[in-house]
Design a binder for this molecule. Structure first.
Ligand SMILES: [Zn+2]
Length: 265
């Protein structure tokens, strides 16, 4: 699979993605908000956009649909239950569906939490090519999406337990926003002794580009506090903030507690 991660330098630091079949150069555009830039990059690469895929219905993900589709005639796909909120969807997707483009195959995951109808697209990998997940506003680098814009933290937790925590360490993570530097600060606020998060912060300060940084699930297990619910420092901090007995805290209440702290951080 050919992947182009395209940062949009807007106030929300959205990413959009172009994924293409290596043989046919037919492409999927994920959440192409900056339609002009998306079309320009596709043209430069010689890729032809056949499908526009929305991870969820928020405007900063669907705002470029119309222009990209007018220019390319692409088919629009989204979560089946997002079809009421996103205009002119051609195909509603459900868990386990396959999205095909040329010889490219992506598996559809139903991942509620940020919104109640949210999909991720999973590429299972190939010989000498690591798997990848395009995860919209569920999993971010070193963080997770908000749950107060139509979602719920308890539902997000269930999605993580069932679908994100079990992913293999080598799965590359391609989120819907570039929030990594701020998220790392939150991880360090909760877990000051986290050496992986410390060292990545230093690398960004020394010039590593956050915009083009691609993490993996293995890396998220180290730098993302929402993957580290059982760490003593994390749990003690949540017990303190909720004024509750640490022995009574489970993973779910730790996760939900972290999301609440992050909302006001
Ligand atoms: Zn969103």
């Amino acid at each position: 699979m050919l992947i182009r991660q395209i940062p949009i330098r807007n106030s929300l630091s959205n990413y959009m993605y172009l994924l293409a079949c290596e043989e046919t150069l037919e492409a999927i555009a994920i959440d192409p908000l900056d339609h002009a830039l998306c079309l320009q990059v596709a043209k430069e690469l010689g890729w032809s956009i056949k499908i526009v895929a929305n991870t969820h219905h928020h405007h900063d993900h669907i705002g470029g649909n119309k222009s990209v589709i007018e220019a390319t005639g692409a088919q629009l796909v989204s979560h089946l239950d997002a079809m009421q909120s996103i205009p002119n969807v051609d195909r509603g997707l459900q868990a386990g569906d396959t999205l095909r483009c040329g010889k490219l195959r992506l598996e559809v995951m139903d991942t509620p939490g940020h919104t109640l109808s949210h999909i991720c697209l999973y590429f299972s990998g190939a010989e000498s090519e690591q798997p990848a997940i395009f995860c919209g506003d569920t999993l971010f680098n070193s963080g997770i999406g908000r749950c107060d814009l139509g979602g719920a933290p308890e539902i997000m937790y269930q999605t993580f337990v069932e679908q994100f925590y079990p992913l293999a360490d080598d799965v590359r993570v391609f989120p819907g926003h570039n929030y990594i530097e701020n998220n790392l600060q939150f991880t360090l606020d909760r877990e000051p002794d986290n050496q992986s998060a410390q060292s990545l912060c230093v690398q960004f300060k020394e010039g590593l580009s956050a915009e083009s940084y691609v993490s993996t699930i293995g890396m998220e297990r180290e730098i993302n506090v929402f993957f580290r619910l059982d760490q003593a420092q994390v749990r003690a901090g949540i017990a303190l903030s909720l004024n509750s007995d640490i022995r009574k805290l489970d993973d779910r209440s730790t996760f939900v507690g972290l999301r609440g702290l992050r909302d006001n951080w």
